[in-house]
Design a protein around this ligand. Structure first.
Ligand SMILES: Cc1cc2nc3c(=O)[nH]c(=O)nc-3n(C[C@H](O)[C@H](O)[C@H](O)COP(=O)(O)OP(=O)(O)OC[C@H]3O[C@@H](n4cnc5c(N)ncnc54)[C@H](O)[C@@H]3O)c2cc1C
Length: 446
């Protein structure tokens, strides 16, 4: 298999290779920043020197933040948007603390320097445009950090939280102007200035390319539109999207797109759905369970409606395979990427499809047909967990091993509700399946 030979050649899995590149790039940047800081001389007093140190690191973390959500295809395919957004979330909190420390030290530093009370110092700094812009950027970053705390995030609609998040772009702009007006370390020499602004330019270019240029270019090139809408059950529907030159779209089974149907839902409604069939160069298919207004409304999409797609995204693909044999585990609508992967699978495959009742087993006929074609085993595990005697618990380690005795020699792909996914991952650990062979898609971004 191509992936196997790639890992064998480099000795690193694609995910680890991408993490090494990202980590090494950031560390190298930090080393340059420390050298610049050391060479730039002290600030007006020791507190302001430390404040400057935090400022440089806040800006560097901000750069990293943008790269993590730039949706660069090379990184996304190897690390996955789910993991990148988790890292983005944690570096976001680190950024908020670093910015808060920088701002506090600046006020304290000037209060010491001019022997003024802290409040008066704060107010007089707010009267200087460069500081005021920095304060506004800091306020937006801190407000967003609070809104991202689990307690607040859970009580907010996805769209509200996303709209608030867009305010961060204003914070980046204000922070950039603040750096241009205030920055002394990277203005200490022409080389330092050139380095600093080159890195910022590269980061902004990466972000704009991944978030704006690539999606606009892809949609202009492919001109996606709805080709068919087919109900799969009372609350699940499949939407087929076609377009020009789809064979040139570098999508893989297991990946997802962020779909917009602007004439149907408006531009602001953008929802991630996995491909439920392997891309064949002619159509892309999503299969969605109705959980809210957008997913429920897909049933009424008119044929011919334009679609705007961002993607393909995600690392839940055969790129990460390390073994010839696979075990594909799906729960409920988590069958969508699993169904697509079965279609693309090579080597011995076992599919476990967990549903409450056989009526919930959408796409079952397709799965049975594909399993027959590929020589794969398909087990539909229907029932309520804990019901019956002995209690129904298909993902308990012993039961899982009973179904798939050679489980430790397989790559395992899991996609289902959070509780099921967690139970499967626990059992895989107990059964000694190496971490590198376990791949999970959670249908949620941090
Ligand atoms: C990578 C990924 C792949 C997915 N694949 C499928 C699939 O193949 N089939 C399927 O039925 N469901 C899939 N989902 C879940 C699907 O995206 C949500 O059910 C859908 O967006 C709900 O939208 P709604 O407006 O109908 O409901 P709402 O009530 O508005 O949303 C329900 C919940 O869905 C989540 N959500 C909504 N919009 C977004 C968004 N833009 N980005 C991230 N999360 C959002 C939020 O957590 C929200 O609370 C996937 C999710 C992700 C992250």
């Amino acid at each position: 298999m191509a992936v196997r030979s790639q890992s064998a050649r480099t000795g690193l899995s694609p995910a680890v290779a991408a993490q090494v590149v990202l980590g090494a790039g950031f560390l190298a940047h930090l080393v340059v920043v420390e050298v610049l800081f050391a060479g730039a001389g002290a600030g007006k007093n020791s507190v302001l020197t430390v404040a400057k140190f935090f400022a440089l690191h806040a800006a560097s973390i901000m750069m990293l933040q943008l790269v993590l959500v730039a949706r660069l295809p090379w990184l996304d395919r190897r690390i996955g948007m789910d993991r990148l957004t988790v890292w983005h979330r944690w570096t976001g909190f680190t950024l908020a603390w670093t910015v808060l420390t920088h701002a506090t030290l600046v006020v304290l530093g000037y209060a010491v320097l001019y022997s003024m009370p802290v409040t008066a110092t704060f107010l007089s700094l707010a009267g200087v445009i460069a500081s005021l812009l920095g304060m506004c950027a800091a306020a937006i970053i801190l407000a967003m950090a609070v809104a991202s705390l689990r307690y607040a995030r859970r009580r907010m609609r996805y769209e509200t939280w996303h709209a608030l998040h867009i305010g961060l772009y204003l914070a980046v702009l204000l922070a950039l102007i603040h750096q241009g007006l205030e920055g002394t370390t990277f203005a200490s020499s022409p080389a330092a200035r050139a380095y600093w602004w080159t890195v910022w330019t590269l980061v902004l270019l990466a972000f704009l390319t991944g978030r704006i240029v690539l999606p606009i270019w892809r949609n202009a090139h492919h001109r996606f539109r709805v080709a068919a809408v087919e109900p799969e059950s009372d609350d699940v529907v499949s939407v087929y999207v076609t377009g020009r030159h789809l064979h040139r779209l570098d999508a893989r089974a297991g990946q997802f797109f962020i779909w917009r149907f602007p004439t149907h839902n408006g531009w602001w409604q953008a929802n991630p759905f996995s491909l439920s069939a392997a891309p064949d160069g002619r159509t892309l298919r999503l299969t969605a369970k109705a959980v809210g207004t957008t997913s429920a409304g897909l049933r009424r999409l008119p044929v011919g409606a334009p679609a705007f797609l961002e993607g393909p995204y995600g690392a839940f693909t055969a790129l990460h395979r390390t073994r010839e044999a696979t075990l594909l585990i799906a729960g409920g609508v988590g069958i969508t990427p699993i169904r697509a992967m079965l279609e693309e699978s090579t080597g011995p495959a076992v599919v476990l499809y967990r549903v409450h009742s056989m009526d919930d087993a959408v796409l079952l006929r397709e799965l049975q047909w594909l399993a027959g074609e590929r020589g794969a085993q398909l087990h539909v595990l229907a029932g309520r967990t804990g019901s019956g005697n002995p209690p129904f618990a298909p993902f308990e380690p012993a039961n899982l091993r009973g179904l798939v005795p050679d489980i430790a020699d397989r790559d395992v792909y899991v996609c289902g509700p959070p509780a099921m996914t967690d139970a499967v991952l626990r059992s895989l650990r107990e059964l000694g399946v190496p971490r590198g062979q376990v791949h999970a898609e959670r249908f949620s971004l941090a």
